[in-house]
Design a protein around this ligand. Structure first.
Ligand code: TXA
Ligand code: MG
Length: 334
């Protein structure tokens, strides 16, 4: 398949919208990561997304809308809490899991009776959804298992020849995927942590927010059969770079020393080593850079990626969630 590389101009967005309307696939920017979009109500189009990504078909997709009113078309009932979160955080990096209307095909929700919905905060994404006239189902625009794409070049690398069009636009400002919060129970539960944190949701709703207890657990607990993540997508090996990745956890100085020692040892063996360290005081910057740095390490042929853990507080918790998965929970305590 020939993939058209489009610009983020009004004219090209119109063209992309036409491709969506005709049942095709278009990769487009959002404020979190690039998404691979299809008409959410067209089962054949959505089926093609799974094929293009090589994604397991039990992993449901997030449906993107361009106006808050459109939520009512996807779910039978909008609760007070849903209303509050939508007014507080949309457009923005928050996905709500809600009961689904029957018009949404099974293939979009992986057969679940719920659907994830969000209104992205990116004008190209909003213009595309609006011009297509459809809600757009979009997972991240990477090949399944690879790090999420935060730059157009990453999307082109993964999906050229596999989708109808890619809209080339700016780098994503947040760099990790949206916070996913399940709104179907009596208490909201975070299934995937993101830039909008537990504390943000708690303040908006003025009630406690639950967290999927499997988030960020270390391998000894992870191997327990009862410990199943609630968002289907969270169970897959994820975001993995080609290089072997290792996370160093401990006091800052000890971590630095251990990373340096490991690096020297590996370089003496002729390996290429990439080091990733972030300022724990600036987890937003870590979020913006992380996936791009994994991809750059792979592009430069790194054999190993050595990363310093960051403090698991607020957005730092969300960044560590991605780091742990990328490293396949390969952690060294120092
Ligand atoms: O920021 C984002 O959310 C990006 C951009 C493109 O919007 N999209 C994204 O989609 O990250 P994806 O498909 O890579 O991740 C969706 C996550 C998966 O973990 C999936 O299992 C979960 O959301 N999810 C979707 N619908 C769900 C549902 N009905 N119930 C539980 N989890 C759901
Ligand atoms: Mg993804």
């Amino acid at each position: 398949m020939k993939t058209r590389i489009l610009k983020d101009t009004t004219e090209d967005i119109k063209l992309a919208a036409k491709i969506i309307d005709e049942g095709g696939l278009v990769a487009f920017p959002t404020e979190t990561v690039y998404g691979l979009g299809a008409n959410a109500l067209n089962p054949e189009a959505v089926g093609k997304v799974y094929a293009a990504k090589g994604r397991p078909s039990d992993n449901p997709m997030i449906v993107h809308i361009a106006s808050k009113e459109d939520l009512a078309k996807l779910t039978p009932q909008i609760t007070g809490d849903m209303e509050t979160l939508m007014e507080t955080f949309w457009p923005g990096p928050l996905t709500m899991i809600v009961e689904r209307n029957p018009e949404i095909p099974d293939v979009t929700t992986g057969g679940l009776d719920t659907v994830g919905v969000r209104m992205p905060d990116n004008k190209v994404a909003l213009a595309l959804i609006d011009a297509s006239g459809w809600p757009i189902a979009a997972p991240s625009a990477n090949l399944s298992g690879k790090p999420s794409p935060t730059r157009a070049i990453d999307v082109i690398e993964d999906l050229s020849g596999r989708v109808d069009a890619i809209i080339e636009s700016d780098n994503c400002s947040f760099g990790i995927e949206s916070t996913v919060v399940d709104m179907t129970g009596p208490e909201p539960m975070i299934l995937r942590p993101g830039i909008i944190t537990e504390k943000d949701l708690q303040e908006a709703l003025d009630k406690p927010i639950l967290m999927d207890p499997t988030l960020n657990v270390r391998p000894d607990r992870f191997n327990n059969d009862n410990f199943k993540p609630k968002a289907p997508g969270m169970k897959y090996k994820h975001y993995a770079p080609k290089a072997e990745m290792m996370i160093f956890e401990g006091e800052a100085e000890a971590v630095e020393a251990a990373i340096n020692a490991e690096r020297m040892e590996r370089e003496l063996l002729g390996q290429k080593v990439a080091v990733i360290t972030y300022d724990s005081g600036n987890p937003k910057q870590a979020a913006r850079r992380f996936f791009a740095e994994l991809r750059d390490a792979d592009r430069h042929g790194a054999d190993a990626i050595l990363a310093a853990a960051i403090e698991e507080e607020g957005i730092g918790f969300s960044v560590m969630n991605r780091m742990l998965k990328s490293a396949g929970y390969n952690i060294r305590k120092v």
